[in-house]
Design a protein around this ligand. Structure first.
Ligand SMILES: NC(=O)CC[C@H](N)C(=O)O
Length: 394
């Protein structure tokens, strides 16, 4: 009989799931969320937007194609922990260099498998996301990693989850943004776009480069004056972790630049545009995380199947004076998925048009961005006059 090292997942509501240790041996705490993608575990783990979260994959078998260096969305995993029904120990993929477990061990990702992930996801859907602790028995009882935790020990882990700081209200962009600006070299000379890095995924940079954009990636705290000093043709606001209401400096920068540059925002970047315009965001019960979220494009009437990863949404009705209008809606719960400024070439989506992992239905948004940049450049007058000429609005 193979003896497996024990582990538990203890939630702040007192629920304890007993399973087996996987990945780096230790103990971890974070917000427990679920993702319904069937593939893309590596991209999910390395997406900085998951900073502070422990991700449960609903698909029951994870890890069988290993981990490949080309599939990194950033330089390391940002998930605080990973939960699966069953993780593969081996892998079969000519592109891969290592197994999921060796990747997790190399980067300190504490994980648990062998729990009833369907029951866990039902709980998160019904009660909303909660904080939780994943603890490996080998961490506290190295002499007997195969034994059970006592009820007292499990209750202490529940208390640890309860005491953990909420994501709500926390500015986490500071933890993931680049320390220094850097340029992304492209083969052909392209349009210069300042990319505010709140926790950028590499695939977004690649999609921008593909349409002829040369991004200059700058730290989240960069001011509007510093952005303009780079003489860009456009502005991009990236995805990122945490509560979008917290990084108020970013709302100010976005507000000061509104109308001066063609602007595209994705996910956290979309939320920041809503907040910059005086609107509000709210925390959703369990968010949207997966690769098959249906979104209606209100401009074309098409339905796009989209990749998503967010726990907050913009309340469009809270934005004063109809500054932004809805362009995309989620067909599952009717929340706002995209908006455009009523006068300026400024638009954004809550979902991830770069996918990775996910369908490619929404890639046209990158073409739209370069079209807006080219049109803005071709127009005459001051930046505000160009933006106000009305040619580039919805
Ligand atoms: N992917 C993202 O940019 C996520 C945005 C934000 N942290 C949210 O959870 O809603």
């Amino acid at each position: 009989m193979i003896r497996k090292e024990r582990a538990v997942l203890a939630l702040e509501d007192g629920t304890v799931y007993r399973g087996y240790a996987f990945g780096h041996r230790g103990e971890t705490v974070g917000e427990v969320v679920f993702n319904t993608s069937m593939t893309g575990y590596q991209e999910i783990m390395t997406d900085p937007s998951y900073n502070g979260q422990i991700v449960t994959m609903t698909y029951p078998h994870i890890g069988n194609y290993g981990v490949a260096i080309y599939d990194m969305e950033s330089n390391k995993p940002f998930v605080r922990g990973f939960i699966g029904r069953e993780f593969s120990e081996g892998f079969s993929n000519y592109r891969a260099q290592e197994s999921l477990e060796s990747f997790m061990k190399g980067h300190g990702v504490v994980s648990i498998q062998g729990i009833d992930t369907r029951a866990l996801v039902r709980r998160l859907r019904e009660g909303g996301v909660v904080k939780g602790v994943v603890a490996h028995r080998s961490h506290t009882h190295p002499e007997d990693p195969y034994g059970e935790f006592s009820v007292e020990e499990e209750q202490a882990l529940v208390q640890r989850a309860l005491r953990h700081e909420d994501i709500d209200g926390r500015d986490m962009t500071q933890e993931v943004t680049t320390a220094l600006p850097y340029a992304f070299p492209t083969l052909k000379h392209g349009k210069r776009v300042v990319l505010m890095d709140f926790g950028i995924k590499h695939t977004i940079i690649e999609r921008l480069a593909e349409v002829g954009i040369e991004p200059i990636v700058v730290p989240a705290q960069t001011t509007a004056a510093q952005v303009m000093a780079l003489q860009p043709h456009g502005l991009f606001l990236s995805n990122g972790p945490g509560d979008p209401a917290a990084p108020t400096y970013a709302h100010r920068t976005a507000w000061e630049l509104m109308g001066l540059l063609p602007t595209f925002g994705i996910c956290l970047g979309h939320q920041i545009l809503g907040l910059a315009a005086g609107g509000q965001t709210f925390k959703m019960k369990f968010g949207h995380r997966g690769g098959n979220q249906p979104v209606k494009n209100l401009l074309t009437g098409n339905v796009e199947i989209t990749a998503q990863n967010h726990g907050y949404a913009v309340d469009l009705s809270s934005i004063p004076n109809g500054e932004f209008v809805a362009t995309h809606l989620n067909l599952n719960d009717q929340t706002l998925e995209g908006m455009a400024h009523s006068r300026y070439p400024v638009f954004s989506v809550q979902y991830h048009p770069e996918a990775s992992p996910g369908p490619h239905d929404s890639r046209y948004l990158f073409d739209r961005f370069i079209e807006e940049i080219n049109a803005f450049e071709g127009a005459t007058g001051t930046p505000v006059e160009k933006a106000l000429s009305g040619k580039y609005g919805v």
